[in-house]
Design a binder for this molecule. Structure first.
Ligand code: C2E
Ligand code: CA
Ligand code: CA
Length: 732
């Protein structure tokens, strides 16, 4: 579990955060763009409003100036085209009238502040300003522009009034100035042209600007020098085309004002929309994180074995790869143990899957206690487990850990009221400095585990390169063996079984032989395990039984012992197959002894007992083979109803080494005999052994001393020979 969480690569979290940051950034960007578009649009509207307003201000200012001039012109026309004026101006005694009607009128008048009368020769006949006579000459006061106006006013009659107006800079400032011919209201003039008199009015703008600003509602209207730079201005140009001044106003910027007013609202609105989308985004992120977590949990579950809570095969693969990587970086080693339970299938068959599952859980719990912290523990299905860890003391750890595990399995498991005995075969491989890929390490550990199984189970075997060669050889051998069984190319030899006391041959044990083409004879110790693991044992076993039954027919009174593998026992069709062979051969079933080893009985006692009962119904006898090489105690013998017990040759050989072995052997045999079970001694190679075992109470003896396994012909010859001797003895 601790491990699987590390399986989620660190980078994916970083990538996810980066993605979220990216989305947030994009989101902020969009909000900014939208805000700026909206503000730009409103700004555009505001600018337009400003332009419209400024245009209005310009027109109004222009209009105000024009009106200012027109008012002067209207006044001038009133005063110049005036019958009384013609009378006095063109008369010699009109000076007093002129002063009181023109000059005095300049005082505090809104209509004009300067009045002059000039003749065609530009001579001034009267000049008043603000109600007082003026001291300056007309040219000095108005400058040359006045003459431009004068010329225009004097232009030949084209139907229009004989006058002209315009803005001129005077010594007092800028003024609207007009010149008009003094004439009757009807336009008639009584004098000659060279005597014409002209009326000049000026109305100064300077002190009227504030009034204009008020009347025309133009903010901040004022006069500025011509060089003043502002777009909010209108020039005042004199008749000579000279810019005299500028009328400047303050732009009210109504758009700006509106803009300033709506901007906070827009910002608030965009803010609200932004918040809404931000909330959506955050909800999305949270939902995404949840999904991610679910996914992580699911993928963790996918790497976990439901039953044991350990990693499963996929979990081991993924985790092992990381360990190998780590070892490569740390320059440390990966140790991999591959465990296969011995006898689990039997527990499952006998007690059911419920107990089997509990056993798996118990094994998982035990292994958890045994493995060092940080080690990876996995169940690879069925009854296979694996331990992987990184270490710098690989040999020490491998030894101690496997030793502890084997010790753990040496105790029976108690599940409720049941007791299950399972062992473990352990294969080990390593990936020094992570140089062996995880897949290869697994394959090697698996191979070593098979080797452990093959070489007797319940042990620990390290991978060695020769095992690969061996594996290949086994595969080749399997192919050849299969063919040999199909073609019945195997044959059977027989080892005599001797009756103690008389030392007569009373039986034979059938032992299969195989001369492998191109290789010569192969030991059954080598090919029988292959037959067992490949399922070939069923047909091989039946072949030997059939052959033995037929051949023993020629040897009257001789019993025939046939070896049966646990694998055959497990086959549900086993008893019926045996029955058919016996019936087909026509042999008396009571002559047949089936030799079985203890393994199957310990693992699957209920089923074993049932099978033995069925076999006994057929009339055959059952012997427990290789007694003393494994777990079984004498108690087993009775419990299962064995007809005979065969003492393993290792016990017989031990006789030479220690006197206690003899005592042990004696005790064992006497208990068996007390239970009414006869005992065969195997592997007798010397007369002394034969005597010792006879004395122990064994009633049958077997071994090279009495005869090696031989062909049926030699057995027949031996029997005939013994028969002859018997006859001879009898005759004697
Ligand atoms: P096993 O059942 O214990 O067979 C006896 C083995 O001990 C035979 O070896 C036999 O040749 C050998 N042997 C007999 N007397 C002596 C002796 O005095 N000294 C020594 N050192 N060995 C002796 P074999 O034929 O190589 O068979 C080995 C094993 O192969 C057998 O052990 C048996 O378990 C298995 N086997 C042989 N034939 C069959 C078969 O047809 N079916 C099955 N299932 N297993 C078989
Ligand atoms: Ca045997
Ligand atoms: Ca044996």
């Amino acid at each position: 579990m601790r491990f699987s969480s590390r399986l989620i690569p660190q980078t994916s979290e970083g990538r996810r955060q980066l993605a979220v940051a990216g989305v947030l950034l994009a989101f902020a960007f969009v909000v900014m763009v939208v805000t700026s578009i909206v503000l730009t649009a409103i700004g555009e509207v505001a600018r337009h409003a400003n332009i419209l307003d400024d245009g209005r201000s310009r027109e109004t200012t222009n209009g105000a100036l024009k009106t200012f001039r027109f008012q002067l012109k209207a006044t001038l026309t009133d005063y110049a085209a005036w019958d009384d004026a013609t009378r006095y101006v063109y008369a010699a005694d009109g000076a007093e009238w002129i002063v009181s009607n023109f000059g005095d009128m300049t005082f505090d008048s809104d209509l004009f502040d300067t009045a002059m009368i000039i003749d065609s020769e530009r001579n001034v006949h009267m000049a008043y300003h603000d109600g007082k006579p003026m001291q300056v000459s007309i040219g000095d006061y108005f400058g040359p522009a006045i003459w431009t106006l004068f010329d225009e006013a004097r232009k030949p009659d084209t139907g229009r009034d004989p006058d002209a107006t315009g803005f001129i800079r005077t010594q007092d400032g800028i003024a609207a100035v007009g010149i008009s011919l003094i004439r009757k209201k009807s336009g008639e003039i009584l004098v000659k042209e060279e005597d014409y008199r002209y009326l000049v009015f000026a109305r100064h703008l300077n002190n009227k600007v504030a009034q204009l600003s008020r009347v025309y509602v133009i903010d901040g209207l004022h006069l500025a020098p011509p060089e003043a730079e502002s777009v909010f201005s209108v020039p005042i140009v004199d008749p000579d085309g000279q810019t005299l001044a500028k009328m400047l106003w303050t732009s009210r910027g109504p758009g700006d004002a509106s803009f300033a007013q709506v901007r906070p609202m827009v910002l608030v609105a965009v803010g609200i929309v932004g918040c809404f989308f931000l909330a959506l985004l955050l909800i999305g992120v949270v939902a995404m994180r949840r999904l991610k977590e679910d996914e992580t949990r699911a993928s963790q579950l996918a790497l976990q074995d439901r039953l044991s809570g350990l990693l499963n095969r996929a979990g081991l693969y993924a985790g092992l790869e990381q360990l190998v990587e780590k070892a490569r970086q740390d320059k440390s080693d990966v140790l991999l143990l591959y465990l296969d339970l011995d006898g689990f299938k039997e527990v499952n068959d006998a007690y059911g899957h419920g107990i089997g599952d509990q056993l798996i859980r118990g094994v998982a719990a035990g292994l958890k206690m045994l493995v060092p912290p940080g080690a990876m523990l996995a169940r690879l299905g069925g009854d296979e487990f694996a331990v992987a860890l990184v270490t710098r003391r690989i040999d020490r750890i491998a030894d101690s850990l496997s030793q502890n595990i084997l010790e753990f399995f040496s105790e029976p498991f108690v599940i409720g009221e049941r007791v299950a005995i399972v062992g473990a075969s352990i294969g080990a491989s390593s990936s020094p400095m992570g140089l062996i890929a995880s897949e290869e390490a697994l394959r090697r550990a698996d191979l070593a585990m098979y080797k452990a199984k093959e070489s007797g189970r319940g042990r620990f075997v390290r991978y060695e390169p020769e095992m690969d060669v061996d594996r290949e050889e086994r595969n080749d051998m399997e192919v050849d063996l299969r063919r040999a069984i199909e073609m019945e190319a195997l044959y059977v030899v027989y080892q005599p079984v001797i009756a103690a006391g008389g030392r007569r041959t009373i039986g034979v044990e059938a032992l299969v032989r195989w001369d492998r083409p191109g290789h010569g004879p192969v030991s059954p110790d080598r090919f029988i395990p292959i037959a067992e693991t490949t399922g070939l044992i069923d047909s091989l076993g039946l072949f030997v039984l059939r052959k033995a039954c037929l051949e023993v027919l020629d040897w009257p009174g001789i019993s025939i012992a046939v070896n049966i593998s646990p694998g055959q026992f497990r086959n549900p069709a086993f008893t019926s197959n045996i029955q058919r062979v016996i019936q087909d051969s026509g042999i008396d079933p009571s002559r047949i002894v089936l030799e079985v080893t203890e393994g199957y009985f310990i693992q699957n006692p209920a089923r074993a007992r049932w099978t033995i009962a069925k076999l006994k119904q057929l009339g055959v006898k059952i012997a427990l083979d290789d007694f003393g090489s494994g777990f079984s105690s004498v108690g087993y013998l009775r419990q299962f109803g064995f007809d005979r017990m065969k003492i393993d040759r290792s016990l017989v050989a031990a006789l030479d080494e220690s006197p206690t072995a003899g005592e042990l052997l004696q005790a064992t045999v006497s208990i068996a005999r007390a239970l009414g079970i006869p005992v065969t001694a195997e592997g007798i190679e010397k007369e002394e052994q034969a005597i010792a075992l006879e004395l122990c109470g064994c009633d049958e003896l077997q071994g090279f001393y009495f005869g090696r396994p031989t062909s049926p012909e030699q057995i027949l010859a031996r029997l005939q020979n013994e028969g002859g001797k018997d006859d001879h003895t009898a005759a004697a």
